[in-house]
Write a new protein. Structure first.
Length: 324
């Protein structure tokens, strides 16, 4: 008891000093904002879970494997939308990741100093363009070009042997077109983040290899990319997250046909495009509940992708640390 009484004035003085300096209020303010983020996440899950109650009761897990989507007949299956979401996002990531990383390498190490700022600004401006603009450009410019120059000749030449490239190509809107548009949309994000990650690699990594007589390509391959690979993986996952949740551009160019077709040239749908196109016109409780259930599934897909990305970044960062 004597020790506590002796220590009380010191503890009170430290508390008053921390309150006066703003340490404790700032800690509580930061914790409050962090709690708001968690509360928003819980609220989103709660709203979608409650709103999908009718669909969950009617279909259960069969909703995830069903292929029929017919609101008139009361048939709702999410598999075509899940398939379209995953495939279009995978196409976008495969198309956008290599050039995005190379753009980051160029801007961080190869670009002349007088061009670095203007080119970086253009990349960031591309990332700021609204998705509806990409969708309009896709409809009026890219879809006619893709249909006449790429899709039709390729389907005629390879459609009989490669089912993924089979025809007929009539409208031009389809899964591959959506993947290309999404790739153009996520390219600036991957490029900008890769540039920032590569720019903070310590210069002694470059200088050590240059002193040993390495070429510029060897410096990039053996010093820059290994040191920045965790950040580059994170950039790719950011792009993938945007592709998974993209709504307007995908709605405008994918065709909005809830079916699974072997050909990438055929119309399809994504979860986001299906929700955006049908939720305003849903006239039954089961239809609205099925769309909310699909939103919950999309949320879980995004959460799973982000969790796997975080795990991959941790593993890549750990492997890089052990190699050094």
């Amino acid at each position: 008891m004597i020790t506590m009484e002796a220590g009380s004035p010191g503890w009170a003085a430290r508390l008053r000093r921390r309150l006066r300096d703003g340490d404790v209020p700032f800690r509580f303010l930061a914790a409050a904002f962090a709690t708001v983020v968690v509360a928003l996440l819980v609220a989103i899950v709660g709203v979608t879970w409650q709103g999908s109650a009718s669909a969950r009761a009617a279909f259960g897990l069969r909703f995830l494997t069903g292929t029929a989507w017919n609101p008139v007949a009361g048939q709702f299956g999410a598999l075509p939308a899940i398939y379209g979401t995953i495939v279009s996002s995978a196409i976008a990531l495969l198309l956008a990741a290599p050039p995005g990383i190379m753009i980051g390498v160029f801007l961080s190490d190869l670009c002349p100093q007088r061009l670095r700022w203007p080119l970086s600004l253009m990349v960031e401006l591309l990332a700021a363009i609204p998705s509806v603009v990409y969708g309009m450009w896709g409809i009026f410019v890219f879809v006619p070009f893709f249909r006449s120059v790429i899709a039709t000749p390729v389907s005629r030449a390879l459609g009989d042997t490669v089912p993924l490239l089979a025809g007929p190509v009539s409208v031009g809107r389809g899964l591959l077109v959506a993947g290309v548009i999404l790739a153009i949309m996520i390219l600036p994000t991957i490029a900008a983040v890769s540039r920032d990650v590569l720019a903070v690699v310590p210069n002694h990594q470059r200088e050590a290899l240059l002193a040993l007589g390495a070429t510029r390509w060897e410096v990039i391959r053996h010093a820059l990319l290994p040191c920045a690979r965790a950040g580059i993986v994170g950039a790719m996952m950011l792009g993938l997250g945007r592709a998974l949740g993209e709504t307007m551009a995908a709605t405008m160019v994918i065709g909005n046909t809830p079916r699974i077709d072997r050909s990438l040239f055929q119309p399809a749908s994504t979860a986001a495009s299906l929700i955006a196109s049908q939720l305003p016109t849903a006239n039954t409780e089961l239809h609205s509940s099925a769309l909310v259930f699909l939103a919950l599934v999309l949320f879980l897909i995004t959460l799973l992708a982000n969790s796997l990305a975080r795990l991959l970044v941790w593993r890549v960062a750990g492997a890089a640390g052990r190699s050094r």
